[in-house]
Design a protein around this ligand. Structure first.
Ligand SMILES: Cc1cc2nc3c(=O)[nH]c(=O)nc-3n(C[C@H](O)[C@H](O)[C@H](O)COP(=O)(O)OP(=O)(O)OC[C@H]3O[C@@H](n4cnc5c(N)ncnc54)[C@H](O)[C@@H]3O)c2cc1C
Length: 561
């Protein structure tokens, strides 16, 4: 065994770093482990902001924040978790500010808050349009200040289970090569989302859902995996995100006729309706021939050069660099793209999974505050509030238990699997399988879902899994063997895709991101106001189960914007 710690946090984005800081402050010996440098984590790409009812721009309070979130979730969010998020958010944001987060300001010096989709009040605190960048740097400073051990460029592959509890992680050391076992009394999974399952996505190459699959492989259930959010404004053709902050500042969405088409779909909220509603509206416009080369247009021109340069500077730069469009003078071509996974590892309010010693937080977890549709600004807040809670709970458990055991057989099995993978010379390279997975997920499990397409996707994934058994890693070396880790990531993504399709087929209704306009166009609270739960059975097939939604104050109502 390489080393042991009280708490090992896998993943060093906002959730992982916030968890590690809290575990350290509780008195635990804590370490972070990440396949990339912490500040390069995908949290750094978050642009628009973070939601907390600070009440700086209007009369706001946690209860209003909670109601907007419940409604936004299409009533699939667990209301106890949503209440925790909204109650704790203001203090958690002030904590970030005290650590040095440079939020944009109101004229009288308070934290400024902008309107975001489906939020009844302007509630999104922001640092221009680089909020995530600011937060990862602030958190990393706190990690460095505490001298928290960071296993940087370590790729987590397997969870170590002994005595029915999680006791560490086996990782591939990217820099030096070789498998390394890090023992821990508790492990917190914070590996982020899985947008790379799709061709058109806002997510970075690292977003391959690793921990979700690692949890699945030790019998821990995944919740609501069918709920992949499509963001309405991704830049054509790259999929780079154009922040919702643009619409928060007043940008319009136009079709090929120059019309603000949301009049037809969300006449009250217009461009500030929720993401699922706008993505469906855009896709309908495109499908019915009122798009332009598969896009619609995001028009910022009326905001004027000063506002664009001051508040949406990054957006202008992205648009100029990647689409050769200057939003001061021309509208930006945008389309829906895979953005955020509401589903993930099922946890309680302290991040604990069904396995003793194993916790999860951030995008890889499903506590569930987003239900069937996440509101912009709530994901960063979730990483902070639930990262903190998981860090605290994992530290408390670790500090009251003493032993760590890693059975030699677990390490030996992983060594054998690695040797077999590297020894294989005949078969198929991973990239073709990966491309096919991403393209077909986009076609068959995208903004709109049809029964026959989902069935077809299930068959495609089965075929890809068969091909994956003969996958060949060309690079047999030890140093920075990305060929190896990409092959392992592909295996993770195939597991997740299968869960998504099984859950999607079972949910015979339309709710939030899961839209089935052709066969089940309506939400069906009588039969489907419940979470899907997927696990792998001993035969390697996905097992589906259901779990009730936790309701506290809000009964489901028709959702209009
Ligand atoms: C472009 C974009 C803009 C966004 N803007 C906003 C916004 O304005 N507001 C908002 O609320 N939300 C926003 N979101 C969503 C939000 O940013 C993310 O959900 C959130 O930051 C995820 O944080 P995380 O800590 O869970 O994961 P990440 O930040 O993705 O971190 C994952 C970590 O896990 C590590 N990791 C992964 N796999 C392994 C492995 N096998 N072994 C070791 N380490 C591993 C990575 O190295 C990384 O350190 C945005 C998302 C995108 C894609």
């Amino acid at each position: 065994m390489e080393a042991t710690h009280d708490v090992l946090v896998v993943g060093a984005g906002c959730a992982g770093m916030r968890a590690a800081i809290e575990a350290f402050d509780e008195g635990a010996d804590v370490a972070l482990l990440s396949k990339i440098h912490p500040v390069r984590s995908h949290s750094g790409a978050a642009e628009g902001g973070i939601n907390a009812a600070l009440g700086n721009a209007s009369e706001d309070d946690p209860e209003k924040h909670a109601f907007d979130t419940v409604k936004g979730s299409d009533y699939l969010g667990d209301q106890d978790a949503i209440e925790v998020l909204c109650e704790e958010a203001p203090d958690d944001v002030y904590q970030l500010e005290n650590w040095g987060a440079v939020f944009s300001r109101t004229d009288d010096g308070r934290i400024a808050q902008r309107p975001f989709g489906a939020a009844g009040e302007p509630r999104t605190a922001y640092a221009a349009d680089i909020t995530g960048h600011v937060l990862v740097h602030v958190l990393y400073e706190q990690v460095v200040k505490r001298d928290i051990r960071t296993y940087e460029e370590f790729f987590a592959w397997k969870l170590v289970i002994d005595d029915d509890r999680c006791q560490g992680v086996i990782a591939w050391d990217l820099l030096n090569g070789g498998l390394k076992t890090i023992g821990a009394k508790t492990v917190i999974l914070c590996t982020g989302g899985a947008g790379r399952l799709y061709t058109g996505t806002t997510n970075a190459y690292a977003c391959t859902g690793d921990a979700m699959s690692m949890a699945l492989s030790v019998g821990v259930p995944l919740k609501d995996m069918e709920m992949m959010q499509f963001h309405p404004t991704t830049l054509a053709p790259t999929g780079i995100l154009i922040t919702e902050g643009c619409r928060g500042e007043g940008a319009y969405l136009l079709n090929s006729e120059g019309k603000r088409f949301l009049e037809r779909y969300a006449p009250n909220a217009m461009e500030l309706a929720s993401r699922d509603v706008i993505s469906r509206a855009e896709q309908t416009e495109i499908d019915e021939g009122r798009g332009i080369d598969g896009n619609v247009l995001l028009d910022l021109r009326h905001l004027g050069a000063d506002k664009i340069n001051e508040r949406l500077h990054g957006t202008r730069e992205l648009s100029l660099t990647y689409a050769a469009v200057d939003p001061i003078h021309e509208p930006i071509p945008v389309r829906p793209g895979a953005h955020y996974h509401m589903g993930g590892v099922d946890t309680d309010l302290d991040g604990l999974t069904s396995l003793t010693g194993l916790y999860a937080a951030g995008e890889c977890a499903c506590v569930s505050v987003h239900g069937a549709n996440r509101l912009g600004g709530n994901a960063l807040m979730e990483t902070i509030t639930f990262g903190k809670r998981a860090g605290r709970a994992a530290a408390e458990w670790a500090l009251t238990h003493t032993t760590i055991s890693v059975p030699p057989a677990v390490e030996a099995d992983t060594e054998r699997e690695l040797k077999e993978l590297l020894a294989r010379s005949e078969g198929e390279r991973p990239w073709a399988i990966r491309d096919e997975l991403a393209i077909t997920m986009h076609e068959n499990f995208g903004v709109f879902r049809r029964e026959e397409q989902m069935l077809e996707q299930g068959r495609i994934i089965e075929g890809l899994r068969e091909r994956y058994k003969r996958v060949v890693v060309d690079d047999k070396g030890q140093i920075f063997n990305n060929d190896l880790t990409q092959a392992i990531e592909l295996g993770f993504m195939l597991d997740l895709a299968q869960c998504m399709v099984v859950a999607g087929l079972a949910r015979k209704e339309s709710r939030g991101a899961h839209a089935r306009p052709h066969d089940y166009p309506d939400r069906d609270d009588e039969n489907f106001l419940k979470h899907t739960m997927t696990t792998f059975g001993p035969d390697g097939e996905v097992r589906l189960d259901w779990k009730p939604v936790t309701m506290t104050k809000w009964q489901p109502k028709e959702r209009t914007y």
